[in-house]
Design a binder for this molecule. Structure first.
Ligand code: F6R
Length: 258
């Protein structure tokens, strides 16, 4: 796992945007997109590069990590709508090539399975953007999720509903259920890139990077993946015991050849 510590959130966004930029410029890319606050600095930087540096997403396709059950794509807080508003509407990606789970159909359990199959057939995802919950969730795989889980309908913890209430009129409006890519589904991506900022993420980041691999901290499953980059600001890095080594490794990166 490659841990990159930056001082500020916007610098984290630039670092992650560099990774996406490289993937998109090197051929038709499949991107995995997260919602929530964490990737917003990445999307801002990618939109800027699209406008100012000719970064084109015309050949890319994208898959969302998760969706609330019961919110139609027209709902302001549905993730289908949020990703359009925050990112995809501002770049040249084809709207029909931005896929997400269907949280409002008659049979959402089947829709979740079909989304998993669609991902497997269209993937692998080249770069999967991730945030982390204060409780260590990845996607909406809450503590206790099987480390090999697939896309499915899942229940949010009260902590996550409370954390996400800021996007709604109040906690009562936050759906209790979601469709989320499973941890096994997420792990099929070639490169997992997690961004975390703020001291409220410090405990979860430390558990994910340095704790035991356990369903109690779903993001700890990242330790089993061959290509993971964790981009964190100083506040989110505050509880990493080996932070000095991660900084040292940043100054002395392992040579790619020879
Ligand atoms: C969002 C998602 C979640 C968030 C996590 C952090 O698509 O899958 O795992 O990444 O809840 O949310 P923020 O970034 O709002 O702190």
């Amino acid at each position: 796992m490659h841990v990159i510590i930056r001082q500020y959130e916007e610098e984290c966004g630039v670092t992650v945007a560099d990774i996406v930029d490289r993937a998109v410029r090197s051929g038709p890319a499949t991107l995995g997109l997260a919602t929530g606050s964490s990737p917003l600095s990445v999307y801002r930087e990618l939109i800027r590069r699209h406008r100012e540096d000719g970064l084109s997403f015309a050949d890319a396709q994208a898959f969302l990590l998760d969706e609330y059950v019961g919110l139609p794509p027209s709902h302001p807080q549905s993730y289908a709508n949020v990703i359009r508003a925050e990112f995809t509407a501002h770049v040249d990606i084809d709207d029909d090539r931005v896929y997400g789970p269907d949280g409002v159909g008659d049979d959402i359990a089947t829709a979740a399975t079909e989304y998993d199959v669609l991902l497997a057939e269209s993937g692998p995802v080249d770069v999967q953007l991730l945030g982390i919950g204060a409780n260590g969730h990845l996607g909406f795989n809450e503590p206790g999720s099987s480390l090999g889980s697939r896309t499915r309908v899942a229940t949010l913890t009260e902590q996550t509903r409370t954390d996400n209430a800021r996007f709604f009129d109040g906690v009562d409006d936050v759906p209790r259920h979601v469709i989320t890519q499973g941890l096994g589904t997420i792990g099929a991506a070639r490169h997992l890139v997690l961004i975390a900022t703020g001291e409220h993420k410090a405990a979860a980041v430390a558990a994910a990077v340095e704790g035991p691999v356990t369903a109690s901290c779903p993001a700890s499953v990242l330790q089993l993946h061959p290509h993971v980059t964790m981009v964190v600001d100083e506040a989110a890095a505050a509880r990493l015991e080996d932070a000095d080594f991660y900084r040292y490794a940043m100054r002395h990166p392992a040579p790619l050849h020879g």
